[in-house]
Write a protein that binds this ligand. Structure first.
Ligand SMILES: Nc1nc2c(ncn2[C@@H]2O[C@H](COP(=O)(O)OP(=O)(O)OP(=O)(O)O)[C@@H](O)[C@H]2O)c(=O)[nH]1
Ligand SMILES: [Mg+2]
Length: 426
């Protein structure tokens, strides 16, 4: 069965890098040598997620999987700062939960309209050489490169925001119920899996009172192993405060409503222990074609289990008048719709930290891994004596030279830092 509804996606987001600081010196006619006037780099663009009421699936993300914000502009001479880049706004349906793909930890729950969820932060711009002049060092020939923008592989999962979720076997009448008590008009038909995509409906109790209900595809035994439409759709009722568990009390398809009820709860449990503990109201539907004994048998089961029961017929509307009011009152006793708190902690970017790692490769070269050092190297004019001195000072201050000597570095050995390579000179 082809399912066109897309409610899960994996994408890559990258914020813009900060622009590089400029190396420049003030120049004027008849002025021999001016001071440093290299401007700062601009900030890289953020990747921001926003909830959009007009979207209902994550379909777009199936085709476009890379979202890259622009880099900040480099600084220029005459103290001109580079322009910051515009943010990249990515629109998703309300209720999209964003997780770090690697750890599975929640980064954001895009559940509020008009709110910016910054997922990848743009890099700061680097400082221009105007900042590095000191009384003893008046011609700084180095500037700082911009910081890298954050970059993540993320997953998007749509978890609808609804107070109430309708669950049950296929064909028990879930869609018929939601279509009679709410504004939603889902497809209703006498076959299994009529509903393929979740549907939200607003149920009005009176002028002031209303709640949102979600109708999802039917669940069958083995759904947790992927039978039927699987149980992925349960994700859409995960936030619900209350579940309306619908059974066909007439057993018109030759099944037993008590068995059905237990089976669905088993499937629920294998999907999520937490969801299986969510409060439920049993809805015995199709009472119009059920016998008194059938209804009583189910009622006895519910009483024994301590489950609140509601007997209705969505076809004749018997009992449906009262249902919204009862559900609404029940909701008043329950906690609000679940919003997922961010739990992912971004790795900290330490400016000019001194952490490094050195290892020897097969060819005998010493490889230095240190992000801060690469940043300095990128901003260093290797032909310039002063900036080279600055670079060497950082090598010494950070303990890299000591470590190299411990490791037995000799004159003429190759030192490698990412793409840079040079000979070690004592
Ligand atoms: N006799 C009777 N038939 C009903 C009642 N409620 C629904 N039906 C019929 O049952 C069939 C299935 O109804 P749906 O509302 O599509 O069932 P569903 O649970 O949404 O089914 P799926 O979307 O396939 O999971 C339709 O033919 C409805 O007309 C009822 O109270 N009494
Ligand atoms: Mg349906």
């Amino acid at each position: 069965m082809a399912i066109h509804f897309v409610d899960i996606a994996r994408i890559h987001v990258k914020a813009g890098n900060g622009g590089n600081g400029a190396i420049s010196f003030h120049r004027e006619k008849y002025v021999a040598s001016g001071g440093p006037d290299g401007g700062d780099g601009g900030r890289g663009g953020n990747v921001i997620f926003r909830a959009d009421r007009n979207l209902s699936t994550l379909m777009d993300f199936k085709y476009k999987r890379k979202y890259v914000a622009r880099n900040g502009e480099d600084g220029r001479g005459a103290n001109m700062s580079g322009k910051g880049a515009e943010d990249l706004i990515v629109r998703v349906p309300i209720g999209t939960v964003i997780k770090d793909a690697e750890t599975g930890l929640v980064m954001a729950d895009v559940s509020e309209q008009d709110k910016d969820y910054i997922i990848a932060k743009g890099g700061k711009g680097g400082l221009g050489n105007q900042h590095f002049a000191t009384p003893t060092h008046q011609i700084p020939r180095y500037a700082k490169p911009g910081f890298k923008g954050e970059e993540y592989d993320i997953t998007l999962e749509l978890k609808l925001i609804a107070d109430v979720g309708l669950i049950g076997f296929p064909n028990v009448g879930k869609s018929t119920i939601i279509s009679t008590i709410s504004s939603a008009k889902p497809k209703i038909a006498n076959y299994h899996f009529t509903t393929l995509t979740p549907v939200l409906g607003v149920v009005r109790v009176d002028e002031e009172a209303s709640f949102v209900a979600a109708d999802i595809p039917g669940i069958i035994e083995g759904a947790s192993e992927g039978i039927g439409l699987g149980h992925d759709f349960l994700r859409h009722v995960e936030r619900c405060r209350l579940l309306l568990h619908v059974v066909d009390v007439s057993g018109c398809e030759g099944r037993n409503p008590i068995d059905d009820f237990k089976l669905i709860n088993t499937e629920l449990k294998s999907f999520s222990e937490e969801l299986s503990k969510r409060p439920q109201i049993a809805i015995a539907n199709k009472a119009d074609i059920a016998t008194e004994e059938q209804i009583e048998e189910f009622r006895a089961f519910c009483e024994e289990e301590g489950i609140q029961l509601f007997v209705i017929s969505a076809a004749t509307r018997q009992g449906l008048e009262e249902l919204p009011g009862i559900v609404f009152n029940e909701l008043q006793k329950l906690p609000p719709v679940i919003i997922y708190e961010p739990e992912f902690v971004k790795p900290e970017i330490v400016e000019d930290g001194n952490a490094f790692n050195i290892f020897r490769t097969d060819d005998g070269a010493f490889n230095i891994e240190a992000e801060w050092l690469v940043r300095i190297l990128n901003g260093t004019d290797v032909d310039d004596y002063e900036s080279l001195q600055y670079f060497q000072r950082r090598l010494r201050d950070s303990g890299i030279i000591d470590r190299l000597e411990e490791m037995g570095v000799k004159d003429g050995d190759t030192i490698r830092i990412e793409d840079f390579e040079f000979d070690y000179v004592i």
